[in-house]
Design a protein around this ligand. Structure first.
Ligand code: FES
Ligand SMILES: [Fe+2]
Length: 364
């Protein structure tokens, strides 16, 4: 994260801590149960969010070298990512042009060509059909017209997006436009220098939004995570920002809440972070009195004990007013940030690298 962004967020979060507030939507948004049970809505979401929009399918480091490949089926379209001999990343429908079998499964490296396991049609790393066993039985077959079907792909910031259902054969992805202003922040993480460690796939039988929803609020920390992360993170407090169809939520470590040097916020030297500056307090399950936390009770676990007079201080970032009972909110909400989705698949159907907006959606 860029230092100036981090400093602004730190100031905003510090104000929330000082005043016992958090990011709020304009109003409560009652979300009908049908949003999670309607087959028609699910079909619409699949089409609009997961097939017609750029879908984050992985990290560049997983397909870094010529011959590396990666498959993805979460959108309903079998996707094949392939690094060509020239180093270009290509995406194809992972569907053999003969009888529609999957050309390759999983991921791997060192490929010079891909041979379909059904009848052995073979494709080059550029997707071109290079061998047809018993080709005399296919008189007039155009190899060119039977290359793997290409899909629009974008590789930037160490991440890879594919559009599973492009509008046409010439469609491309303008990923910076799609990111809605989030590109500089993604770039600041330098994901192109990261390495893939592990992929875990969870497939609970739930509507995909049930998984995404919980990563978009800190309201549940005190109750649901009482024995795990609640001692680490401040509950029911977050910063929320929207970037086109994307959303960024920043939760707060209790070690940040315990920082004594409030005047230094914003002047933090580049390269340090909240966690690194205060690592000595981070692992403590019971914050010391210096954290000024007053109670663990549900919905109010993160209240900061401050003199009443201090809570009336107005910040430059004009946060939401204090309310009798705090509700975490993320403002107009969308599906998750791409950076959260690259390797952790939490949906039973697909992963949400991006989504159209769902304005003001909020359950209580
Ligand atoms: S389906 Fe692939 S070679 Fe026949
Ligand atoms: Fe959680």
């Amino acid at each position: 994260m860029r230092p100036e962004t981090r400093a602004e967020l730190a100031r905003r979060l510090r104000h929330y801590l000082d005043t016992g507030t958090t990011a709020m939507a304009e109003a409560m948004f009652p979300n009908p149960v049908s949003a999670y049970t309607s087959e028609e809505r699910l079909a619409l979401e699949k089409r609009v969010l997961f097939r017609e929009s750029p879908l984050l399918v992985g990290l560049s480091c997983r397909v870094a070298a010529p011959g590396d490949y990666l498959t993805d089926d979460d959108s309903g379209m079998p996707i094949l990512l392939l690094r060509t001999a020239a180093g270009t990343l290509r995406a194809f429908a992972n569907v053999c042009r003969h009888r529609g079998a999957r050309v390759v499964d999983g991921c791997g490296s060192g490929k010079r060509a891909l041979s379909c396991p059904y009848h052995g049609w073979t494709y080059g790393l550029d997707g071109g059909l290079v061998d047809v066993p018993g080709e005399e039985g296919f008189a007039g077959l155009s190899r060119e017209e039977h290359s793997l079907r290409p899909l629009p792909v974008a590789e930037k910031y160490g991440l890879v997006w594919v559009q599973p259902a492009p509008a046409g054969p010439e469609a491309t992805i303008d990923i910076d436009a799609h990111l809605g202003g989030l590109a500089p922040e993604l770039a600041s993480f330098g994901f192109e220098r990261w390495h893939h460690f592990e992929t875990r796939t969870l497939r609970p039988r739930i509507n995909w939004k049930m998984a995404v929803d919980t990563f978009l609020e800190a309201y549940h920390l005190a109750a649901l995570h009482e024995q795990s992360v609640a001692p680490i993170f401040v509950g029911n407090l977050c910063a929320a920002d929207r970037f086109g169809p994307h959303h960024r939520m920043i939760a707060v470590r209790r070690s940040f809440a315990a920082l004594p040097d409030r005047g230094a916020i914003g002047a933090r030297p580049s390269g340090t972070s909240c966690a690194t500056r205060s690592s000595s307090t981070r692992s403590s399950p019971t914050p010391s009195s210096s954290t000024r936390r007053t109670t663990w009770s549900c919905g109010a676990c993160s209240r900061v004990s401050r003199p009443t007079s201090a809570r009336s201080t107005s910040p430059s970032t004009s946060p939401s007013p204090r309310r009798p009972r705090r509700r975490a909110s993320t403002g107009p909400r969308t599906c998750s940030s791409p950076s959260m989705r690259s390797t952790a698949r939490t949906s039973g159907w697909g992963k949400a690298s991006s989504a159209a907006s769902a304005p003001g959606r909020r359950t209580t």
